[in-house]
Design a protein around this ligand. Structure first.
Ligand SMILES: Nc1ncnc2c1ncn2[C@@H]1O[C@H](COP(=O)(O)OP(=O)(O)OP(=O)(O)O)[C@@H](O)[C@H]1O
Ligand SMILES: [Mg+2]
Length: 221
């Protein structure tokens, strides 16, 4: 079932001399991992930003569960419907692991006690044991930080997880762990996962592969 669909979307940056996205059409499904590959500067991050509701398309539409984003409040969409995982993890350095994962739930008005219980559950799910919950992100390995970031992205309850080069700062083994985790979340917990990547191994392990070239997206398989 398609949860997010992109219809003929084009995008031009205010200072851009050409279209960063040109008539992009694609569908993303719950329970599936989609990879978006393509050369540097081809428009992958731009597409992810549109999917993430960070900006609106110059033309075309994005539909989430049948509802056009143009009629939605994007702040609310970003809080509730989608979650973004970055290459550089982007955890809050002055908050502990536990506080980082609680943050999106508190933003949505959850009581501290419930947020903590849920955060603990999510951290266990991504393989971060209790002994690490009071640490600051700087005192974790890169792979651990990325798994905390994934737990945080699940904390909002969003069904769509968007990841921009999530393994770009990780070594081989940590990359494999993060990819396995994202696949598990899609296949076992029905998340819709979209991964922008340069890594052929991630593309191979994905259910669907799209290729971006000069702002034009084609489905590879
Ligand atoms: N803020 C901006 N203002 C103007 N042009 C931009 C801006 N951000 C990106 N671009 C341009 O839009 C195009 C697509 O950029 P984008 O960041 O989406 O590429 P990408 O595929 O993610 O590349 P990479 O693999 O290097 O991350 C590029 O030509 C880029 O120079
Ligand atoms: Mg990019």
């Amino acid at each position: 079932m398609s949860i997010l669909s992109v219809n003929n979307v084009s995008y031009r940056y205010k200072k851009g001399d050409r279209m960063a996205l040109n008539g992009v059409t694609c569908e993303f499904e719950a329970g599936k991992v989609a990879a978006v590959v393509g050369p540097s500067g081809s428009g992958k991050t731009t597409l992810l930003s549109i999917l993430a509701g960070l900006d609106r398309p110059s033309a075309g539409s994005v539909i989430l569960n049948g509802a056009d984003l143009s009629a939605k409040d994007l702040d609310q969409y970003r809080r509730e419907d989608v979650s973004v995982i970055f290459q550089a993890f982007q955890l809050f350095p002055l908050l502990t692991v536990m506080e980082n994962v609680c943050y999106p739930m508190e933003l949505l008005g959850a009581a501290q006690k419930e947020a903590k219980a849920k955060a603990g559950e999510l951290l266990r799910k991504v393989g971060i044991g209790e002994e690490k919950w009071k640490r600051y992100p700087a005192n974790l390995s890169g792979g651990e930080q990325q798994r905390v970031a994934i737990a945080r992205s699940m904390a909002s309850g969003a069904q769509v997880l968007l990841a921009d080069e999530p393994t770009g700062n990780l070594d081989g083994e940590n990359s494999r762990n993060v990819v396995a985790l994202l696949s598990r979340l899609a296949h076992e917990e029905n998340y819709c996962v979209v991964i922008v990547t340069h890594d052929p191994a991630i593309a191979d392990a994905s259910d669907t592969v799209y290729r971006m070239a000069d702002g034009v997206l084609t489905r590879e398989r």
